[in-house]
Design a protein around this ligand. Sequence first.
Ligand SMILES: N[C@@H](CCC(=O)N[C@@H](CS)C(=O)NCC(=O)O)C(=O)O
Length: 235
Amino acid sequence: MADLSSFPITKRWPASNPDIIQLYSLPTPNGVKVSIALEELGLPYEPHLVSFSANDQKSPEFISLNPNGRIPAIIDPNGPDGKPIGLFESGAILVYLAEKTGKLMPQDAARRYETLEWVFFQMAGVGPMFGQFGHFFKFAADKVANNSYPVERYRDEAKRLLSILESRLQGREWIMGDDYTIADITTFPWVRGVDVFYGGREVLEFESFPAVMAWLERALARPASQVGLNIPKRD
Ligand SMILES: N[C@@H](CCC(=O)N[C@@H](CS)C(=O)NCC(=O)O)C(=O)O
């Protein structure tokens, strides 16, 4: 049985089965990327709920695994050289899982780098910009009631990013064509989330991005997405 006692996070969230991947998360757009990928890959894992209402993500035990105090994070007891490894940042976790299994990433080197381009496009662009849009449009709407600039700024940037995705997805089933990859898994939860969590569908004019909408439906219809979108179960 794997010994995870060197990871303080396991004191607050004990592992029932330390031999499988431990996931510390909440079903948010960044959190579900990892549960969806794990479901796609069929890897056994144990989910632990990190509750934002309890500020769990800022607890010393969580910070010991991710100094940035944000979900998701994992421990794989069977990491490189068979040793346990802890990881944070959803993009790094997905690249790790793809490389560990040889799945969800093309084998061809040039196409692998192309996949990574789109993963970074999401990590550095779609996620942060959609998140700022949601902050000003929904959560801090009262603070910017007399200043339309922040909402306009992030609305326009979110629409610009959607238009890039729209061009990319025209004539393609997935971001990498016939291959369903971690580029799709990093991105579609954010397109869904900007609607489900922030109510941004109308103001971002989703209907003007038909290829993105059709791709989102295809991604959501996958059995792994249906399961992974709800893991860990909220309180
Ligand atoms: N770049 C990070 C972003 C993680 C992130 O922002 N997670 C959010 C949830 S989607 C979070 O934990 N927020 C809690 C907080 O900021 O305290 C990643 O992709 O893992």
